[in-house]
Design a binder for this molecule. Sequence first.
Ligand code: NAP
Ligand code: MG
Length: 498
Amino acid sequence: MSTQLHADPAATAFAAKHHRMLIGGDWVDSHSGKTFDTYNPATGEVLASIPAGDSEDIDRAVKTARAAFENPTWANMHPATRGKLLHKLGDLILEHADELATLDTLDNGKPFAVARAADIPLAADLFHYMAGWATKLNGSTISLSVPYMPDAQFHAYTLREPIGVVGQIIPWNFPLLMAAWKLGPALTTGCTVVLKPAEQTPLSALRLGELILEAGFPEGVVNIITGLGEEAGAPLAAHDDVDKIAFTGSTEVGKLIVQAAAGNLKKVSLELGGKSPNLLFADADMATAVPGAASAIFFNQGQVCCAGSRLYVENSVYDDVLQGLSDAAKSIKVGNGLDPSTDMGPLTSQEQLDRVTNYLSIGESEGARNITGGKRWGSQGYFVEPTVLADTTEDMRVVKEEIFGPVLSVSPFKDVDELTAKANKSNFGLASGVWTKDLSKAHRAAKAIKAGTVWVNCFNVFDAALPFGGYKQSGWGREMGGEVLENYLQTKAVTTQI
Ligand code: NAP
Ligand code: MG
Protein backbone atom coordinates (compact mmCIF):
# COMPACT_ATOMS: atom_id res chain seq x y z
CA MET A 1 0.00 0.00 0.00
CA SER A 2 1.41 3.38 -0.89
CA THR A 3 1.50 6.06 1.76
CA GLN A 4 1.35 9.76 1.17
CA LEU A 5 3.36 11.61 3.78
CA HIS A 6 2.72 15.29 4.26
CA ALA A 7 5.19 17.29 6.37
CA ASP A 8 4.92 21.04 6.84
CA PRO A 9 8.09 22.49 5.26
CA ALA A 10 8.63 25.04 8.05
CA ALA A 11 8.69 22.15 10.53
CA THR A 12 11.15 20.02 8.59
CA ALA A 13 13.40 23.07 8.18
CA PHE A 14 13.19 23.76 11.92
CA ALA A 15 13.93 20.12 12.82
CA ALA A 16 17.05 20.16 10.62
CA LYS A 17 18.59 23.30 12.06
CA HIS A 18 21.35 23.62 14.66
CA HIS A 19 19.43 23.57 17.95
CA ARG A 20 20.33 25.73 20.89
CA MET A 21 18.90 26.33 24.34
CA LEU A 22 17.25 29.56 25.48
CA ILE A 23 18.87 31.48 28.33
CA GLY A 24 17.77 35.07 28.71
CA GLY A 25 17.27 36.35 25.17
CA ASP A 26 20.13 34.24 23.79
CA TRP A 27 20.16 30.92 22.01
CA VAL A 28 23.17 29.01 23.31
CA ASP A 29 24.94 25.66 23.01
CA SER A 30 25.37 23.61 26.17
CA HIS A 31 28.45 24.88 28.03
CA SER A 32 30.01 21.40 27.66
CA GLY A 33 29.29 21.40 23.92
CA LYS A 34 27.67 17.97 24.32
CA THR A 35 24.60 16.98 22.35
CA PHE A 36 22.29 13.98 22.11
CA ASP A 37 20.23 12.65 19.22
CA THR A 38 16.46 12.39 18.97
CA TYR A 39 14.69 9.88 16.71
CA ASN A 40 11.67 9.89 14.47
CA PRO A 41 9.60 7.14 16.11
CA ALA A 42 7.88 6.22 12.84
CA THR A 43 11.18 5.25 11.24
CA GLY A 44 13.73 4.93 14.05
CA GLU A 45 15.97 7.33 12.13
CA VAL A 46 17.89 10.20 13.74
CA LEU A 47 15.76 13.35 13.65
CA ALA A 48 17.78 16.06 15.39
CA SER A 49 20.82 16.81 17.48
CA ILE A 50 19.96 18.56 20.75
CA PRO A 51 22.18 20.33 23.31
CA ALA A 52 22.74 18.22 26.42
CA GLY A 53 22.39 20.75 29.22
CA ASP A 54 23.72 19.91 32.67
CA SER A 55 23.95 21.46 36.13
CA GLU A 56 26.07 24.41 34.90
CA ASP A 57 23.54 25.29 32.22
CA ILE A 58 20.74 24.92 34.76
CA ASP A 59 22.59 27.20 37.15
CA ARG A 60 23.01 29.86 34.47
CA ALA A 61 19.36 29.62 33.52
CA VAL A 62 18.23 29.86 37.16
CA LYS A 63 20.39 32.98 37.72
CA THR A 64 18.90 34.51 34.58
CA ALA A 65 15.36 33.64 35.70
CA ARG A 66 16.07 35.16 39.14
CA ALA A 67 17.32 38.39 37.60
CA ALA A 68 14.26 38.54 35.32
CA PHE A 69 11.95 37.91 38.30
CA GLU A 70 13.45 40.88 40.13
CA ASN A 71 13.70 43.13 37.08
CA PRO A 72 10.98 45.84 37.26
CA THR A 73 10.20 45.28 33.57
CA TRP A 74 8.52 42.02 34.61
CA ALA A 75 8.00 42.53 38.35
CA ASN A 76 6.09 45.79 37.85
CA MET A 77 4.45 44.99 34.54
CA HIS A 78 0.73 45.75 34.62
CA PRO A 79 -1.30 42.56 34.91
CA ALA A 80 -3.25 43.61 31.81
CA THR A 81 0.01 43.82 29.86
CA ARG A 82 0.95 40.31 31.02
CA GLY A 83 -2.48 39.22 29.84
CA LYS A 84 -1.89 40.80 26.43
CA LEU A 85 1.43 38.97 26.04
CA LEU A 86 -0.30 35.68 26.87
CA HIS A 87 -3.02 36.42 24.31
CA LYS A 88 -0.37 37.21 21.73
CA LEU A 89 1.40 33.92 22.44
CA GLY A 90 -1.88 32.01 22.03
CA ASP A 91 -2.42 33.77 18.70
CA LEU A 92 1.12 32.96 17.50
CA ILE A 93 0.58 29.28 18.33
CA LEU A 94 -2.53 29.24 16.15
CA GLU A 95 -0.70 31.08 13.35
CA HIS A 96 1.98 28.37 13.39
CA ALA A 97 -0.37 25.47 14.11
CA ASP A 98 0.65 23.31 11.13
CA GLU A 99 4.32 23.74 11.90
CA LEU A 100 3.94 22.99 15.62
CA ALA A 101 1.68 19.99 14.98
CA THR A 102 4.21 18.60 12.51
CA LEU A 103 7.06 19.07 15.00
CA ASP A 104 5.12 17.04 17.58
CA THR A 105 4.41 14.36 14.98
CA LEU A 106 8.07 14.14 13.99
CA ASP A 107 9.24 14.00 17.62
CA ASN A 108 6.47 12.02 19.32
CA GLY A 109 4.94 10.01 16.45
CA LYS A 110 1.32 11.08 17.07
CA PRO A 111 -0.86 11.56 13.98
CA PHE A 112 -0.56 15.08 12.59
CA ALA A 113 -4.35 15.25 12.31
CA VAL A 114 -4.68 14.61 16.05
CA ALA A 115 -1.99 17.12 17.01
CA ARG A 116 -3.58 19.70 14.69
CA ALA A 117 -7.09 19.11 16.07
CA ALA A 118 -6.26 18.66 19.76
CA ASP A 119 -2.75 19.37 21.08
CA ILE A 120 -2.14 22.68 19.30
CA PRO A 121 -5.56 24.35 19.75
CA LEU A 122 -5.65 23.20 23.38
CA ALA A 123 -2.21 24.75 23.93
CA ALA A 124 -3.35 28.03 22.39
CA ASP A 125 -6.59 27.94 24.44
CA LEU A 126 -4.63 27.51 27.63
CA PHE A 127 -2.70 30.74 27.02
CA HIS A 128 -5.86 32.59 25.99
CA TYR A 129 -7.69 31.34 29.09
CA MET A 130 -4.79 32.17 31.43
CA ALA A 131 -4.52 35.66 29.88
CA GLY A 132 -7.87 36.48 31.46
CA TRP A 133 -6.70 35.49 34.93
CA ALA A 134 -3.78 37.95 34.93
CA THR A 135 -6.09 40.82 35.94
CA LYS A 136 -8.08 38.76 38.47
CA LEU A 137 -5.45 37.62 40.96
CA ASN A 138 -7.01 39.51 43.84
CA GLY A 139 -6.53 39.18 47.56
CA SER A 140 -9.29 39.92 50.07
CA THR A 141 -10.03 42.22 52.98
CA ILE A 142 -10.36 40.51 56.35
CA SER A 143 -12.17 41.62 59.54
CA LEU A 144 -10.08 41.07 62.68
CA SER A 145 -11.14 40.45 66.31
CA VAL A 146 -7.81 40.19 68.15
CA PRO A 147 -8.71 38.92 71.70
CA TYR A 148 -5.89 40.68 73.53
CA MET A 149 -6.46 44.03 71.75
CA PRO A 150 -10.18 44.52 72.40
CA ASP A 151 -10.17 48.24 71.61
CA ALA A 152 -7.96 48.20 68.53
CA GLN A 153 -9.19 48.56 64.98
CA PHE A 154 -7.42 47.16 61.96
CA HIS A 155 -7.45 47.26 58.22
CA ALA A 156 -6.20 43.85 57.03
CA TYR A 157 -5.90 42.51 53.52
CA THR A 158 -4.10 39.83 51.55
CA LEU A 159 -1.87 40.16 48.48
CA ARG A 160 -1.49 37.32 46.01
CA GLU A 161 2.14 37.32 44.91
CA PRO A 162 4.06 35.17 42.44
CA ILE A 163 6.06 32.41 44.07
CA GLY A 164 9.26 33.30 42.20
CA VAL A 165 11.56 31.23 40.00
CA VAL A 166 9.89 28.05 38.86
CA GLY A 167 11.45 24.86 37.47
CA GLN A 168 9.18 22.92 35.12
CA ILE A 169 9.92 19.39 33.92
CA ILE A 170 7.62 17.90 31.31
CA PRO A 171 7.09 14.56 29.51
CA TRP A 172 6.96 13.54 25.87
CA ASN A 173 3.37 12.39 25.41
CA PHE A 174 1.88 15.85 24.59
CA PRO A 175 5.03 17.90 24.04
CA LEU A 176 3.64 21.35 23.23
CA LEU A 177 0.50 20.98 25.34
CA MET A 178 2.43 20.01 28.47
CA ALA A 179 4.67 23.04 27.98
CA ALA A 180 1.54 25.21 27.72
CA TRP A 181 -0.10 23.70 30.83
CA LYS A 182 3.04 24.56 32.76
CA LEU A 183 4.02 27.94 31.29
CA GLY A 184 0.51 29.47 31.16
CA PRO A 185 -0.17 29.71 34.90
CA ALA A 186 3.47 30.57 35.72
CA LEU A 187 3.41 33.53 33.34
CA THR A 188 -0.04 34.80 34.25
CA THR A 189 0.97 34.97 37.92
CA GLY A 190 4.27 36.77 37.16
CA CYS A 191 6.71 33.95 37.90
CA THR A 192 9.81 33.28 35.79
CA VAL A 193 10.63 29.83 34.46
CA VAL A 194 13.32 27.33 33.64
CA LEU A 195 11.65 24.67 31.48
CA LYS A 196 13.15 21.26 30.76
CA PRO A 197 11.34 19.39 27.99
CA ALA A 198 11.54 15.60 27.69
CA GLU A 199 14.67 14.35 25.96
CA GLN A 200 12.60 12.54 23.31
CA THR A 201 10.51 15.56 22.25
CA PRO A 202 12.25 18.95 22.66
CA LEU A 203 11.49 20.50 19.25
CA SER A 204 8.11 22.14 19.79
CA ALA A 205 9.26 23.59 23.13
CA LEU A 206 12.28 25.16 21.39
CA ARG A 207 10.04 26.59 18.67
CA LEU A 208 7.70 27.85 21.39
CA GLY A 209 10.70 29.61 22.95
CA GLU A 210 11.08 31.61 19.74
CA LEU A 211 7.38 32.48 19.77
CA ILE A 212 7.61 33.56 23.43
CA LEU A 213 10.31 36.09 22.49
CA GLU A 214 8.32 37.14 19.42
CA ALA A 215 5.24 37.72 21.60
CA GLY A 216 7.30 40.22 23.60
CA PHE A 217 7.92 38.51 26.95
CA PRO A 218 10.99 40.13 28.54
CA GLU A 219 14.25 38.22 28.17
CA GLY A 220 14.89 35.71 30.95
CA VAL A 221 11.23 35.27 31.89
CA VAL A 222 11.26 31.89 30.10
CA ASN A 223 14.47 29.86 29.78
CA ILE A 224 14.57 26.46 28.12
CA ILE A 225 17.24 23.90 28.94
CA THR A 226 17.24 20.67 26.95
CA GLY A 227 18.94 17.61 28.36
CA LEU A 228 18.56 14.28 30.08
CA GLY A 229 16.49 13.81 33.21
CA GLU A 230 19.39 12.83 35.43
CA GLU A 231 21.73 15.52 34.04
CA ALA A 232 19.43 18.54 33.60
CA GLY A 233 16.15 17.66 35.38
CA ALA A 234 17.69 16.52 38.66
CA PRO A 235 19.83 19.66 39.23
CA LEU A 236 16.81 21.84 38.42
CA ALA A 237 14.68 19.99 41.01
CA ALA A 238 17.48 20.28 43.58
CA HIS A 239 18.52 23.89 42.87
CA ASP A 240 18.56 26.07 46.00
CA ASP A 241 17.44 29.21 44.19
CA VAL A 242 14.39 27.62 42.59
CA ASP A 243 11.24 28.44 44.59
CA LYS A 244 8.94 25.86 43.07
CA ILE A 245 9.15 22.78 40.90
CA ALA A 246 6.30 21.57 38.71
CA PHE A 247 6.66 18.07 37.28
CA THR A 248 4.67 15.84 34.96
CA GLY A 249 5.84 12.28 34.33
CA SER A 250 6.18 8.94 36.05
CA THR A 251 5.29 8.37 39.69
CA GLU A 252 8.77 6.92 40.16
CA VAL A 253 10.52 10.15 39.08
CA GLY A 254 7.87 12.19 40.94
CA LYS A 255 9.13 10.66 44.18
CA LEU A 256 12.72 11.63 43.25
CA ILE A 257 11.53 15.20 42.63
CA VAL A 258 10.02 15.37 46.11
CA GLN A 259 13.32 14.21 47.63
CA ALA A 260 15.36 16.65 45.55
CA ALA A 261 13.03 19.51 46.57
CA ALA A 262 13.62 18.88 50.27
CA GLY A 263 16.96 20.74 50.29
CA ASN A 264 15.43 24.22 50.19
CA LEU A 265 11.82 23.07 50.79
CA LYS A 266 10.75 24.42 47.42
CA LYS A 267 7.05 24.02 46.68
CA VAL A 268 6.17 20.99 44.56
CA SER A 269 3.29 20.15 42.25
CA LEU A 270 3.13 16.77 40.53
CA GLU A 271 1.04 15.32 37.73
CA LEU A 272 1.90 11.63 37.67
CA GLY A 273 0.76 8.29 36.35
CA GLY A 274 -2.60 6.60 36.31
CA LYS A 275 -4.46 3.35 35.77
CA SER A 276 -7.83 4.85 35.23
CA PRO A 277 -10.98 2.71 35.57
CA ASN A 278 -13.71 2.99 32.98
CA LEU A 279 -17.11 1.66 34.13
CA LEU A 280 -19.52 0.49 31.47
CA PHE A 281 -23.07 -0.33 32.64
CA ALA A 282 -25.49 -2.50 30.69
CA ASP A 283 -27.90 0.44 30.31
CA ALA A 284 -25.32 2.60 28.49
CA ASP A 285 -25.88 3.80 24.95
CA MET A 286 -23.65 1.17 23.33
CA ALA A 287 -23.27 3.18 20.13
CA THR A 288 -21.26 5.78 22.06
CA ALA A 289 -19.97 3.73 25.00
CA VAL A 290 -18.08 1.06 23.02
CA PRO A 291 -16.21 3.43 20.67
CA GLY A 292 -15.79 5.73 23.67
CA ALA A 293 -14.14 2.99 25.71
CA ALA A 294 -11.89 2.11 22.75
CA SER A 295 -10.86 5.72 22.23
CA ALA A 296 -10.29 6.11 26.00
CA ILE A 297 -7.36 3.70 25.73
CA PHE A 298 -6.21 4.00 22.11
CA PHE A 299 -6.08 7.82 21.87
CA ASN A 300 -2.46 8.99 21.55
CA GLN A 301 -1.29 5.34 21.29
CA GLY A 302 -2.36 4.86 24.91
CA GLN A 303 0.41 7.21 26.03
CA VAL A 304 -1.93 9.27 28.15
CA CYS A 305 -1.63 9.58 31.93
CA CYS A 306 -5.43 9.42 32.28
CA ALA A 307 -6.00 6.65 29.67
CA GLY A 308 -9.02 4.47 30.44
CA SER A 309 -6.81 1.40 30.76
CA ARG A 310 -9.02 -0.74 33.05
CA LEU A 311 -12.46 -1.35 31.60
CA TYR A 312 -15.16 -2.93 33.81
CA VAL A 313 -18.22 -4.14 31.91
CA GLU A 314 -21.53 -5.27 33.39
CA ASN A 315 -21.96 -9.06 32.99
CA SER A 316 -24.98 -9.07 30.72
CA VAL A 317 -23.25 -7.07 27.97
CA TYR A 318 -19.69 -8.34 28.48
CA ASP A 319 -19.41 -10.51 25.34
CA ASP A 320 -21.05 -7.92 23.10
CA VAL A 321 -18.75 -5.20 24.37
CA LEU A 322 -15.67 -7.39 23.82
CA GLN A 323 -16.81 -7.99 20.25
CA GLY A 324 -17.35 -4.25 19.74
CA LEU A 325 -13.93 -3.40 21.18
CA SER A 326 -12.27 -5.98 18.98
CA ASP A 327 -13.99 -4.51 15.90
CA ALA A 328 -13.00 -0.99 16.95
CA ALA A 329 -9.35 -1.99 17.54
CA LYS A 330 -9.15 -3.76 14.18
CA SER A 331 -10.56 -0.74 12.37
CA ILE A 332 -7.77 1.54 13.66
CA LYS A 333 -5.34 2.39 10.88
CA VAL A 334 -1.82 2.21 12.28
CA GLY A 335 0.93 4.06 10.43
CA ASN A 336 3.21 7.06 10.09
CA GLY A 337 1.62 10.09 11.72
CA LEU A 338 2.43 12.20 8.67
CA ASP A 339 0.05 10.06 6.58
CA PRO A 340 -3.31 11.87 6.77
CA SER A 341 -5.19 8.55 6.87
CA THR A 342 -3.38 7.35 10.02
CA ASP A 343 -5.43 6.88 13.20
CA MET A 344 -2.64 5.59 15.43
CA GLY A 345 1.06 6.35 15.20
CA PRO A 346 4.06 4.66 16.79
CA LEU A 347 5.01 4.73 20.45
CA THR A 348 7.45 7.52 21.14
CA SER A 349 10.67 5.62 21.79
CA GLN A 350 12.44 2.29 21.59
CA GLU A 351 12.26 2.30 25.41
CA GLN A 352 8.46 2.54 25.28
CA LEU A 353 8.27 -0.16 22.61
CA ASP A 354 10.32 -2.47 24.84
CA ARG A 355 8.26 -1.57 27.87
CA VAL A 356 4.88 -2.13 26.21
CA THR A 357 5.84 -5.37 24.42
CA ASN A 358 7.22 -6.63 27.73
CA TYR A 359 3.80 -5.99 29.31
CA LEU A 360 2.18 -7.90 26.44
CA SER A 361 4.30 -10.94 27.35
CA ILE A 362 3.48 -10.44 31.03
CA GLY A 363 -0.24 -10.34 30.21
CA GLU A 364 0.08 -13.57 28.27
CA SER A 365 1.95 -15.33 31.07
CA GLU A 366 -0.56 -14.06 33.65
CA GLY A 367 -3.35 -15.73 31.66
CA ALA A 368 -5.17 -12.71 30.24
CA ARG A 369 -7.29 -13.72 27.22
CA ASN A 370 -6.10 -11.93 24.09
CA ILE A 371 -9.07 -10.64 22.10
CA THR A 372 -7.12 -8.69 19.52
CA GLY A 373 -3.63 -7.28 18.91
CA GLY A 374 -0.88 -8.32 21.28
CA LYS A 375 2.23 -7.76 19.15
CA ARG A 376 4.61 -5.23 17.74
CA TRP A 377 3.26 -3.84 14.43
CA GLY A 378 5.64 -3.90 11.46
CA SER A 379 9.41 -4.11 11.70
CA GLN A 380 10.39 -0.45 11.34
CA GLY A 381 9.61 2.25 13.91
CA TYR A 382 8.09 1.72 17.36
CA PHE A 383 4.56 0.57 16.51
CA VAL A 384 2.37 -1.72 18.64
CA GLU A 385 -1.00 -3.25 17.69
CA PRO A 386 -4.06 -1.91 19.50
CA THR A 387 -4.57 -4.66 22.07
CA VAL A 388 -7.54 -5.88 24.12
CA LEU A 389 -6.95 -8.32 26.99
CA ALA A 390 -10.08 -9.90 28.52
CA ASP A 391 -10.91 -11.69 31.79
CA THR A 392 -8.17 -9.82 33.60
CA THR A 393 -8.07 -9.91 37.41
CA GLU A 394 -6.99 -7.40 40.03
CA ASP A 395 -3.82 -9.30 40.95
CA MET A 396 -2.37 -9.13 37.41
CA ARG A 397 0.47 -6.70 36.73
CA VAL A 398 -1.26 -5.62 33.49
CA VAL A 399 -4.17 -4.42 35.66
CA LYS A 400 -2.16 -2.86 38.49
CA GLU A 401 0.69 -1.15 36.65
CA GLU A 402 0.68 1.73 34.19
CA ILE A 403 1.60 0.31 30.75
CA PHE A 404 1.43 3.63 28.86
CA GLY A 405 0.58 1.98 25.56
CA PRO A 406 -2.48 0.87 23.55
CA VAL A 407 -3.31 -2.05 25.85
CA LEU A 408 -6.74 -2.38 27.43
CA SER A 409 -7.63 -4.83 30.19
CA VAL A 410 -11.31 -5.77 30.40
CA SER A 411 -13.19 -7.65 33.10
CA PRO A 412 -16.86 -8.21 33.95
CA PHE A 413 -18.72 -7.04 37.08
CA LYS A 414 -21.98 -8.12 38.74
CA ASP A 415 -22.99 -5.26 41.03
CA VAL A 416 -22.04 -1.72 41.91
CA ASP A 417 -20.38 -2.51 45.25
CA GLU A 418 -18.05 -5.02 43.63
CA LEU A 419 -17.39 -2.52 40.85
CA THR A 420 -16.53 0.40 43.14
CA ALA A 421 -14.17 -1.74 45.21
CA LYS A 422 -12.36 -2.89 42.06
CA ALA A 423 -12.25 0.58 40.50
CA ASN A 424 -10.71 2.07 43.64
CA LYS A 425 -8.25 -0.76 44.22
CA SER A 426 -5.30 1.18 42.84
CA ASN A 427 -2.47 3.35 44.10
CA PHE A 428 -3.40 5.78 41.34
CA GLY A 429 -6.40 8.11 41.20
CA LEU A 430 -6.08 10.33 38.16
CA ALA A 431 -9.26 9.83 36.14
CA SER A 432 -12.21 7.55 35.44
CA GLY A 433 -15.15 7.08 33.12
CA VAL A 434 -18.78 6.08 33.65
CA TRP A 435 -21.11 4.99 30.85
CA THR A 436 -24.84 4.76 31.66
CA LYS A 437 -28.14 6.43 30.71
CA ASP A 438 -29.21 6.44 34.38
CA LEU A 439 -28.25 9.85 35.81
CA SER A 440 -28.55 8.77 39.45
CA LYS A 441 -26.27 5.81 38.85
CA ALA A 442 -23.78 8.05 37.07
CA HIS A 443 -23.59 10.61 39.87
CA ARG A 444 -23.46 7.96 42.61
CA ALA A 445 -20.51 6.40 40.78
CA ALA A 446 -18.90 9.82 40.27
CA LYS A 447 -19.03 10.35 44.04
CA ALA A 448 -17.71 6.87 44.90
CA ILE A 449 -14.69 6.93 42.58
CA LYS A 450 -11.46 8.17 44.12
CA ALA A 451 -10.02 10.14 41.20
CA GLY A 452 -9.43 13.76 40.23
CA THR A 453 -11.55 13.51 37.08
CA VAL A 454 -14.77 11.64 36.29
CA TRP A 455 -16.06 11.64 32.73
CA VAL A 456 -19.69 10.58 32.28
CA ASN A 457 -20.66 9.33 28.81
CA CYS A 458 -17.45 10.81 27.41
CA PHE A 459 -13.71 10.46 27.96
CA ASN A 460 -10.58 12.57 27.46
CA VAL A 461 -12.53 15.81 27.43
CA PHE A 462 -10.14 18.62 28.33
CA ASP A 463 -10.71 22.32 28.71
CA ALA A 464 -8.42 25.03 30.03
CA ALA A 465 -11.12 25.92 32.58
CA LEU A 466 -11.37 22.38 34.06
CA PRO A 467 -8.99 21.49 36.89
CA PHE A 468 -7.07 18.28 36.22
CA GLY A 469 -4.94 16.25 38.61
CA GLY A 470 -4.63 13.24 40.79
CA TYR A 471 -5.85 11.64 43.99
CA LYS A 472 -3.49 9.23 45.77
CA GLN A 473 -0.15 8.64 44.01
CA SER A 474 -1.32 10.35 40.81
CA GLY A 475 -0.09 13.70 42.02
CA TRP A 476 -0.13 16.83 44.11
CA GLY A 477 -2.12 19.90 43.10
CA ARG A 478 -4.13 20.59 39.96
CA GLU A 479 -3.33 21.76 36.45
CA MET A 480 -5.60 24.24 34.62
CA GLY A 481 -8.72 26.03 35.77
CA GLY A 482 -8.45 28.69 38.45
CA GLU A 483 -7.07 26.05 40.78
CA VAL A 484 -3.65 25.77 39.09
CA LEU A 485 -2.92 29.37 40.10
CA GLU A 486 -2.62 28.21 43.71
CA ASN A 487 0.56 26.38 42.65
CA TYR A 488 2.19 29.62 41.52
CA LEU A 489 0.97 32.18 44.06
CA GLN A 490 1.69 32.81 47.69
CA THR A 491 -0.39 34.88 50.07
CA LYS A 492 0.86 37.85 52.07
CA ALA A 493 -1.29 39.12 54.94
CA VAL A 494 -0.94 42.88 55.55
CA THR A 495 -2.31 44.22 58.84
CA THR A 496 -2.54 47.93 59.70
CA GLN A 497 -3.80 49.33 62.98
CA ILE A 498 -6.02 52.30 62.21
P1 NAP B 1 9.96 10.24 33.28
O1 NAP B 1 11.31 9.65 33.41
O2 NAP B 1 9.14 10.42 34.50
O3 NAP B 1 10.14 11.63 32.50
C1 NAP B 1 9.43 12.82 32.70
C2 NAP B 1 10.39 14.01 32.74
O4 NAP B 1 11.23 13.93 33.89
C3 NAP B 1 11.35 14.06 31.55
O5 NAP B 1 11.59 15.39 31.21
C4 NAP B 1 12.58 13.41 32.14
O6 NAP B 1 13.75 13.66 31.45
C5 NAP B 1 12.59 13.98 33.52
N1 NAP B 1 13.39 13.22 34.48
C6 NAP B 1 13.77 11.91 34.43
N2 NAP B 1 14.50 11.59 35.51
C7 NAP B 1 14.60 12.70 36.27
C8 NAP B 1 15.23 13.01 37.51
N3 NAP B 1 15.89 12.09 38.20
N4 NAP B 1 15.12 14.27 37.99
C9 NAP B 1 14.43 15.21 37.32
N5 NAP B 1 13.82 14.97 36.13
C10 NAP B 1 13.89 13.75 35.61
O7 NAP B 1 9.11 9.42 32.26
P2 NAP B 1 9.68 8.51 31.07
O8 NAP B 1 10.93 7.78 31.47
O9 NAP B 1 9.77 9.35 29.88
O10 NAP B 1 8.50 7.47 30.93
C11 NAP B 1 8.42 6.38 31.83
C12 NAP B 1 7.00 6.14 32.25
O11 NAP B 1 6.49 7.30 32.89
C13 NAP B 1 6.02 5.90 31.14
O12 NAP B 1 6.05 4.62 30.65
C14 NAP B 1 4.73 6.26 31.82
O13 NAP B 1 4.27 5.19 32.58
C15 NAP B 1 5.11 7.39 32.70
N6 NAP B 1 4.79 8.71 32.12
C16 NAP B 1 3.74 9.39 32.59
C17 NAP B 1 3.41 10.61 32.03
C18 NAP B 1 2.26 11.41 32.52
O14 NAP B 1 1.78 12.27 31.78
N7 NAP B 1 1.80 11.25 33.73
C19 NAP B 1 4.15 11.12 30.98
C20 NAP B 1 5.25 10.40 30.52
C21 NAP B 1 5.54 9.20 31.11
P3 NAP B 1 14.14 12.62 30.29
O15 NAP B 1 13.28 12.98 29.17
O16 NAP B 1 15.56 12.85 30.01
O17 NAP B 1 13.89 11.23 30.85
MG1 MG C 1 13.05 8.75 31.80
